[in-house]
Design a protein around this ligand. Structure first.
Ligand code: ZN
Length: 359
């Protein structure tokens, strides 16, 4: 491939594939934590934490295939009911992940309702719940609306390197943090990012469109050059070209986009290494910043980070940007101070000497 490997996103008009992952916080930083990750060209979404989900419209909740619950403190799990309410009666499988004990939590939430009518629904809504343990083992079970959400298909598995989900174009990995209770930190990433060069497409007489998603998947699966790809021509036309011709004429591959999500965690002395490992090189780190450095002792007692610690961890991980959130209500009206402390610590950490982030 003789295309330049520079990130095409810096050259206006060149790349036609924008970032695959579109993350956004569900609530304001002083409200319940939660991240919605949507995908370019796909009617599909991931959720990190199930706190207050009221701002997420039902049509978006219905696109959620996998939800990752960091831990079952109420501000991270109270929205389970809304998700269940929206999905109930649909032919849909929802994969839920959480820390040790999580399958029991899900069973407990489901046991809070009467399901005598559910077996009569036309569709089977299925919840597949998995609990990741700190030793890398996992427990999972299924709950089908068709069988009144009875717990079934229980099994144990090994989770290699914390990888909870692996698809052609997507990996979700977790690390188990110490928050006084086991708590998952999460990283979602593309294995590689396939850039499409508009000039190359034009030279081949092609145009952009959803077909680029299938092209990208074929590349990520490592399919051979003679694989036929259905491409779009300007004016609703179609053409079938061998993958190799597209690869040589219009594609380059750069490292994939990664996003990390870290809430809640005790101080860096107990969690810093795992947070930095998980977040390393991520384009964005969404990280809790509930306390000011001035209250570091209180933060440690409550098993939380400070904003300054969050910023220094982000710098040590070399992330592209930090998004501090999950502010404590004790700083109501002073949220800007928390954000500024995190941002300043991040900037100073990036340019200053790389010390240990453990303070
Ligand atoms: Zn918590």
């Amino acid at each position: 491939m003789d295309r330049p490997a520079a990130p095409a996103t810096l050259i206006p008009g060149q790349p036609t594939l924008k970032p695959l992952l579109h993350p956004r916080l569900i609530n304001t930083p002083d409200e319940d934590p939660g991240l919605l990750v949507e995908f370019l060209f796909e009617r599909r979404a991931l959720l990190f934490d199930l706190g207050d989900l009221a701002p997420v419209p039902p049509r978006t909740l219905l696109r959620v295939t996998h939800a990752f619950v960091t831990h079952a403190h109420m501000d991270h799990f109270a929205g389970f009911d809304r998700l269940l309410r929206v999905c109930l009666g649909r032919e849909k499988a929802l994969h839920l992940f959480g820390p040790e004990g999580f399958v029991d939590r899900v069973a407990g939430r489901l046991a809070g309702y009467t399901w005598n009518l559910a077996p009569g629904y036309a569709n089977d809504f299925v919840i597949a719940a998995t609990a990741l343990h700190a030793d890398g083992s996992a427990m999972s079970a299924e709950f089908h609306s068709r069988r009144a959400f009875a717990r079934e298909a229980e099994r144990e598995a090994r989770v290699e390197n914390g990888v909870l989900l692996r698809e052609d174009a997507l990996t979700v990995r977790a690390a188990v943090l110490d928050h006084g209770t086991p708590c998952l930190a999460l990283r979602v990433e593309e294995p590689a990012h396939v850039n499409v060069w508009k000039s190359g497409l034009e030279a081949l007489g092609l145009t952009t469109g959803p077909w680029l998603r299938d092209l990208k998947r074929a590349v990520l699966r490592g399919e051979p050059d003679d694989t036929p790809i259905r491409a779009a021509r300007p004016g609703d036309g179609e053409a079938v070209l061998p993958l190799g011709r597209l690869r040589a004429g219009a594609l380059s591959t750069t490292p994939g986009q990664a996003i990390a999500y870290v809430v809640d965690a005790g101080p860096p002395s107990r969690n810093g290494g795992r947070i930095v490992d998980l977040a390393r090189g991520a384009e964005a780190l969404f990280i809790e910043a509930p306390f000011l450095d001035a209250d570091a002792e209180l933060a440690a007692q409550r098993n939380h980070l400070t904003a300054g610690q969050a910023g220094r961890l982000a710098a040590a991980a070399g992330v592209g940007r930090i998004v501090p959130f999950h502010f404590s209500p004790r700083y109501a009206g002073r949220e800007a101070e928390l954000a500024a402390e995190a941002e300043t610590a991040f900037r100073e950490g990036l340019v200053g000497p790389r010390g240990a982030p453990d303070r």
